[in-house]
Design a protein. Structure first.
Length: 500
């Protein structure tokens, strides 16, 4: 003990010196931490890593708890009203999402299924089917449907059923009333009057029309031009029914020998003995088509086009990137590189920023951890191109189909999609947020845990594309029916539909 006291007195330091030593220690630790790999730092101080993980888990848990709260509340209400809750967890819940002008009955939208059973009747085993309700609708009726099928309210409030309840005279009056209220008749009349008012037959100084007639041609150019007009009138009058039909179907017809002599003979103002001799030999359709095919073949072999500076055998070619993987190579303001076809070239940890692409398909080139930010894409499809952890942010897509390109964790945020269908490209954890869709169908494309949030869509049907554990929130849709598509554990909240 005495030795320790002597040592403390001998090496005694004040508070200022202790703070200096602490700051020097922190600097040495930061330098040493930079020299060591990140893995060592995370293992030595796991709290930093756990904090990042907890942020992700808490956000995911919040969404799950909100959906579970809605589902549990609906389930409790059904229990209190003595309704059947069997297989409730697999049912689709629709809340405040009415269907307007639906094209298919609710049974074809994934809410109804048929249970097939067999019964004995007259010593024979006969198949029967019973209807099971798969969905739960809360203030989400189907109103003014364009069909007369469905159950209860849907069938009762369909347009055909409502129209049948009127007498023929009342039905006609109702249609007139709808036409007047909608302003269709006024719009048609206004358009007709506008056309008539804007049509002014302009005439020359002396009142003659500003187009050629037989009379003014004769006055201006003399009898020779009048003979040409008479010749063409006689030719038109001599056309047979078969020739007129051929002109209407193909756009041209072969003239007969008499018609050719009338057009190119010695008495015609279009006299041309060489043309008459040449065309008389091919007067029949077979000969005419033969020469026409030969001329088209000659035109197709012509290669005298030299567009652009890069030429190959007289024609311009666009190079493709083949078998050239990219890793940790960000594409920033490199629209030209992204606009070339990329084949058999995996891309990893290479963000695409401010690089719009046109005609730049990706084929057999998997993506991983490649965010796309402010990089619109046009006619640049993904074909056999899996995507993993590839968020698409502020990057509109047009004419960009996803074909045989499955994906996981690929959120679309503020990225409208137009004519960019998903075909045989299953998606998991791929939310679509604030990204409207037009003409963007899902074909044979199941999705799981991929909600649509504030993303209205139109003319985007779901065809054989089953949906699991997802939600449609504040996303109205139009002309987007579910065709042979089942919804399992799906919530539709404040998302009205029309013609779907």
């Amino acid at each position: 003990l005495a030795t320790n006291d002597r040592l403390n007195e001998q090496f005694k330091i004040n508070d200022g010196e202790s703070r200096k030593i602490a700051s020097i220690g922190q600097r040495l630790f930061s330098i040493e931490k930079d020299r060591l790999p990140n893995d060592w730092y995370l293992k030595k101080f796991p709290s930093q890593n756990l904090r990042k993980r907890n942020v992700y888990k808490n956000g995911k848990k919040t969404i799950r708890n909100a959906l579970k709260l809605i589902r549990d509340g609906v389930k409790l209400g059904m229990l209190m009203t003595n309704q059947n809750i069997s297989d409730f967890d697999n049912k689709t819940i629709k809340m405040f999402s009415p269907r307007l002008f639906s094209l298919v009955p609710e049974g074809n939208s994934g809410n109804l299924v048929y249970k097939f059973e067999y019964i004995f009747s007259k010593n024979r085993l006969l198949p029967t089917r019973s209807l099971l309700i798969r969905g739960v609708n809360i203030l989400s009726p189907s109103i003014l449907s364009l069909h007369d099928e469905g159950r209860e309210t849907e069938k009762l409030l369909s347009i055909s059923n409502l129209m049948q309840s009127f007498l023929p005279g009342d039905r006609s009056d109702l249609m007139d009333l709808i036409t007047d209220i909608s302003g269709i008749s006024d719009a048609v009349e206004k358009a007709r009057n506008s056309i008539n008012e804007n049509f002014v037959e302009e005439k020359g100084i002396d009142g003659q029309p500003l187009y050629f007639t037989k009379e003014n041609i004769t006055e201006i150019y003399g009898d020779i031009e009048k003979q040409k007009v008479d010749t063409m009138e006689d030719l038109y009058k001599s056309l047979t029914i078969d020739q007129l039909a051929e002109i209407n179907s193909t756009g041209f017809a072969s003239l007969t020998s008499e018609q050719l002599r009338h057009l190119y003979g010695s008495l015609s103002p279009y006299h041309d003995s060489n043309a008459l001799e040449r065309l008389t030999k091919i007067a029949k359709r077979e000969g005419f088509m033969k020469y026409l095919d030969e001329d088209i073949l000659k035109l197709s072999k012509a290669s005298a086009f030299t567009l652009g500076s890069q030429k190959l055998n007289g024609s311009r070619s666009k190079r493709a990137v083949v078998n050239s993987p990219f890793a940790f190579s960000p594409f920033i303001s490199k629209g030209g590189t992204i606009s070339t076809p990329i084949v058999l070239s995996p891309i990893i940890f290479s963000p695409i920023i401010l690089s719009p692409a046109i005609f730049g398909p990706f084929i057999l080139s998997p993506w991983a951890f490649n965010p796309v930010i402010l990089s619109p894409r046009v006619m640049a499809p993904f074909i056999l191109n899996p995507l993993i952890f590839t968020p698409i942010v502020l990057s509109p897509l047009a004419l960009q189909p996803f074909i045989l390109s499955p994906g996981i964790f690929n959120p679309f945020v503020l990225s409208p999609l137009t004519l960019s269908p998903f075909i045989l490209s299953p998606q998991v954890f791929t939310p679509i947020i604030l990204s409207p869709m037009v003409l963007n169908p899902l074909i044979l494309n199941p999705m799981a845990a991929s909600p649509l949030i504030l993303s209205p869509f139109a003319v985007s049907p779901f065809i054989l594309s089953h949906q699991f554990l997802t939600a449609i929130v504040l996303s109205p849709y139009f002309l987007s029916p579910l065709i042979l598509t089942n919804l399992t554990a799906v919530e539709v909240i404040l998302s009205p539909s029309a013609l779907s």
